[in-house]
Every structure is written in C-alpha cells, then in structure tokens.
Ligand binder design. Structure first.
Ligand SMILES: CC(C)(COP(=O)(O)OP(=O)(O)OC[C@H]1O[C@@H](n2cnc3c(N)ncnc32)[C@H](O)[C@@H]1OP(=O)(O)O)[C@@H](O)C(=O)NCCC(=O)NCCS
Length: 178
C-alpha cells in the first residue's frame, strides 16, 4: 500500500471512487453529489489551494482525500479536509485513518497551520480533530450539523480562534455540502 499525491491521471478513478463509496453508504443522490464535488475540485481549483492524496495498492486506487484552502481575513494557511473515502470492500482495515494521518503530515510539512473538517466527531477525534465553535472559527456556510464542525492545529503554538469571514474554494461553495 502506497500513499502518494494525486496526479491528473488519477482523476477519473478518484471521481468514480467517491461516487461508488458514497452511493453505497448514503444512496445514489449523495454518491453523484460527492463524485461531482471531487471532479469539480480537481478541475477547478488552483494547485496552491488543493492537495490530494491517494491510497494505491499497486493495482487500483482504494482511498482518496482532499484538502482545500479556506481563506480568512488574516493571512494564515488554513485548509479543510473534505471529502475522504475508502473503497467499501477495504473499509475498517485502518486505511482511512492512515490516509488522513498521512495527509495531515504532508500539510504540516507544507507549513499549513490549521485544518478543519465537517463530519462525525466520533471518527475524526481518532485523528486529532476536536469540536470547534463557529464563533471561534467561522464555517464557509450555515451548517446543518454544527456539532460536525471540527478542527486541529498543526502548528506548535495552538490556534484557538481565527478572526473574520471564512471563504472556501469554488467547488465547495454550495449550501448542498453544508
Ligand atoms: C470514513 C472512512 C473514510 C473511514 O475509512 P476506513 O478505512 O473505513 O476507517 P478505518 O479502518 O481507519 O477506521 C475504522 C473505524 O472508524 C469507524 N468509522 C468509520 N466510518 C465512520 C463514521 N462515518 N462515523 C464514525 N465512525 C466511523 C469504524 O466504525 C471503525 O471503528 P472500529 O475500529 O472501532 O471498528 C470510510 O469508512 C468511508 O469512506 N466511508 C464512507 C464515506 C464517508 O463517510 N466519508 C467521510 C465523510 S467525508
């Protein structure tokens, strides 16, 4: 199993992974939505605003994760982890947590100071995330599940608050995801 940065040649496999995983976990509509999100992210985001990593078993891509830039009113490198998926037949084997940990390590090496995500606190707390108040760090859209707004500092000096309005990349800038 290799964890590596995604390349343009991976795009179709990554889109199809997100579509099939989310179709099987949450239904056809959600599968199409998240497959399209991955496609739009890869096609429409500046390279300095997007980092993607895949888990490659030598035959196929069995996991994928994206980190895209969040912009606040101060100059700080902040990214959001979304989406992430592991092939349905390979779930529950530790690949998801290892892929997230790999991605966070790469973000740290690139000097990213803070990473947010929006998901199940029970799962993401295993990889260092904790609940964040929207008063401390704003989300880009109104959240249907505010308890799912999570974050973690990657810097030595922990960040608790980030002032100002939050903007996400174009692909994520749709209330349907929030
Ligand atoms: C979430 C996901 C990426 C985790 O990858 P994985 O390789 O299955 O995870 P791991 O094997 O590292 O960890 C599995 C553990 O996490 C738990 N877990 C997995 N998905 C979870 C979820 N959505 N909520 C809470 N816990 C979850 C499992 O119950 C398991 O717990 P256990 O070890 O006590 O049995 C993967 O299950 C997946 O792609 N799910 C469907 C898509 C999704 O929900 N993506 C995340 C939202 S963007």
């Amino acid at each position: 199993m290799e964890f590596r940065a995604h390349t343009p040649g991976d795009s179709l496999a990554i889109e199809s992974l997100f579509t099939s995983v989310f179709t099987r976990s949450e239904g056809e509509q959600e599968g199409a939505l998240i497959g399209n999100l991955a496609k739009e992210m890869m096609a429409g985001t500046d390279s300095q605003d997007l980092y993607g990593f895949v888990a490659d078993d030598g035959r196929q891509i069995i996991g994928a994760i994206f980190f895209s830039r969040l912009t606040f009113e101060i100059d700080l490198d902040v990214f959001i982890l979304a989406p992430v998926a592991v092939d349905t037949d390979h779930q529950g084997m530790g690949i998801g947590q290892a892929l997230i940990t790999h991605g966070l390590g790469e973000m740290t090496r690139k000097g990213v100071r803070y990473v947010t995500t929006y998901g199940d606190p029970a799962f993401y707390s295993r990889v260092g995330f904790h609940p964040v108040s929207q008063n401390a760090i704003e989300a880009p859209h109104a959240l249907s599940q505010p308890e799912g707004w999570l974050g973690q500092s990657l810097a030595d000096d922990p960040i608790e608050t980030i002032p100002g309005h939050c903007a996400c990349v174009k692909a994520l800038d749709d209330p349907a995801y929030w």
